[in-house]
Design a protein around this ligand. Structure first.
Ligand code: PMP
Length: 311
């Protein structure tokens, strides 16, 4: 679907057709962009962003990790995301926040390049998602944590993801499930891995992966639903023991895995994946009051009227 018309660009709204980047931008040459991907969903309180605070905090963490000097505060970025939704009048969608170094400095450590922040939206129908997927374990490894700040969302990291996704597609699979440098399951090219054995939920530890906000949401939801969880290394030799498996991520939400390398490992879209997927969808749509603090409505908060105030 096409990007929404109005892009928040360095503090003002511009038509997306006018929002362009110079060829000499540092981030275009070296992948020094930092970014965030979030979702907003139609709720009884209008469009609301899922876990906005955590996403903005991660954006700031990514900025700090690559010495990108942000001139906006956490509150200003928070408000700018909500204003972009209001400006475009879209009920459901995907949000990208990007920070990039523009022109003016081609040094690897850019001190003189211009810096920019932009926020853009795509209208996404929440029912428009992949039903279930087949994965392959690619020949490429996940970038080891010793090589970068693995918890930061830096565009350059996505060379690893692009190559892994391309390898999967070349081999006829939807997605890759990458191994970490120690030979254990890390994650997919843009989502985290979960597997289920005898009613227990397993997921790899944070050390060698980009531990997503959806992964955290699933772990908290599992706790709420009294589903036992083990955060532990998963060796590929363990994959045959699992009954169900799924990926989690902002874009894919919860997507069941039906096989890994075709007949090698096969899974059912079973009861626990279904339960977690349905509950997650309900949470994102504001159906569970105990998780409503994860949803930030885009509408301006109504001013509190004190009893003595005349209205
Ligand atoms: N791993 C990678 C490599 C990703 O790109 C993403 C998507 N941001 C995730 C995991 C999932 O993260 P989140 O749940 O925060 O979207």
């Amino acid at each position: 679907m096409d990007v929404a018309d109005q892009i928040w660009f360095d503090g003002s709204f511009v038509d997306q057709r006018q929002a362009t980047v110079p060829l000499l931008s540092h981030s275009l040459h070296y992948g020094s962009t930092i970014f965030e991907g979030m979702r907003f969903y139609d709720t009884v309180n209008g469009p609301a962003v899922f876990r906005l605070k955590e996403h903005i905090e991660r954006f700031i963490h990514s900025a700090n990790s690559i010495q990108f000097p942000l001139i906006y505060t956490e509150e200003q970025l928070f408000e700018a995301v909500l204003a972009t939704i209001r400006q475009n009048k879209i009920p459901n969608g995907y949000i990208r926040v990007v920070g990039y170094f523009g022109a003016g400095d081609m040094e690897l450590h850019p001190t003189k390049a211009t810096r920019h922040v932009a926020i853009m939206l795509w209208p996404w129908d929440p029912r428009f998602g992949t039903q279930s997927i087949s994965l392959t374990i690619p020949s490429l490894w996940r970038t080891p944590p010793q090589c970068t700040v693995i918890s930061a969302k830096i565009a350059g990291h996505y060379a690893n993801s692009i190559l892994a996704r391309q390898e999967a597609r070349r081999k006829g699979f939807y997605e890759s499930l990458l191994l970490d440098y120690e030979g254990n399951i890390a994650e997919a090219s843009g989502a985290n891995f979960f597997a289920i054995k005898k009613g227990v939920l397993y997921t790899p530890p944070e050390a060698n992966i980009f531990a997503g906000i959806t992964r955290d949401s699933i772990l908290q939801i599992a706790k709420h639903l009294h589903i036992s969880t083990r955060i532990t290394t998963i060796n590929p030799s363990h994959l045959s023991q699992f009954d169900e498996a799924f990926l989690s991520g902002t874009a894919v939400e919860v997507v069941p895995i039906i096989n890994i390398d075709q007949a090698r490992f096969q899974y059912s879209y079973g009861p626990l994946t279904r339960k977690l997927k349905d509950f997650y969808t309900e949470v994102t749509h504001g159906k569970h009051p105990e998780f409503s603090h994860w949803l930030q409505p885009a509408a301006p908060t109504p001013e509190v009227v004190h009893p003595h105030q005349k209205i």
